[in-house]
Design a protein around this ligand. Structure first.
Ligand SMILES: [Cu+2]
Length: 222
């Protein structure tokens, strides 16, 4: 995550995040197209001599300019719905990570692996080592296995927080008294950063999320 990296979306490391970036590009094609056409129409209206100002109806034109936008909406809606259902897919999950938001830190549990529960606090600026990211490093990173689908269950102990990991296309509210479910399948090993994404109080900006993606072999031997 260099300076230039911070100006863009983070690199996708899961199939679902790549799909979301593709959908963004797909939607941008239409957006840029509409912007261009509307701008051109605006320019033509300014330059028009209004010789057609006495025309009151044009059935064919009206049919065309109703049907074409409707087709564009379908062109947007179909991949959008597909993505929505893909995001909810939980069928092949074989590991579970529970994340609990607190004011102002996260705690994690991995019930299938151990009954261990641990807290994850941000590393203060004065304690950072060289090369570590300010406001993003935590004292206890959570680990998930590479190439394995992990269900992430998120909840909160006090107010509403949100657990987010942009590289993996994850963001979900952590609501007290509720268990919200999402799934992740990281395809590239590495360390990924996220932040609480719900304004949750004074130290909202200081409860980052750091996830280490390690090979299954390393994960099993933890
Ligand atoms: Cu929070």
């Amino acid at each position: 995550m260099s300076f230039w990296g911070q100006l863009n979306l983070m690199d996708p490391v899961s199939q679902i995040q790549s799909e979301m970036i593709l959908f963004h590009d797909h939607a941008m094609i239409l957006l840029v197209g509409i912007f261009t056409v509307v701008s051109l129409v605006g320019v033509f209206i300014i330059l028009s001599k209004f010789t057609s100002r006495n025309i009151h109806e044009a059935q064919t034109l009206e049919i065309v300019w109703t049907i074409i936008p409707a087709l564009f909406l379908i062109w947007l809606a179909i991949p959008s719905l597909r993505l929505l259902y893909l995001l909810d897919e939980q069928a092949n999950s074989s590991n579970t990570l529970k994340t609990i938001g607190h004011q102002w830190y996260w705690s994690y549990e991995m019930p299938y692996i151990s009954d261990l529960s641990y807290d994850s606090y941000m590393v203060q600026e004065s304690d950072l080592s060289k090369g570590e990211y300010r406001l993003l490093e935590v004292d206890n990173r959570t680990c998930v296995p590479l190439g394995v689908e992990t269900s992430v269950i998120t909840t909160s102990a006090d107010v509403i927080h949100a657990w987010a990991l942009p590289s993996l296309g994850l963001k979900m509210d952590s609501v007290p008294g509720r268990l919200n479910l999402m799934s992740m399948k990281p395809e590239v090993p590495g360390v990924y950063y996220g932040q609480c994404s719900e304004i949750c109080g004074a130290n909202h900006s200081f409860m980052p999320i750091t996830v280490e993606v390690i090979t299954l072999k390393d994960f099993v031997s933890l």
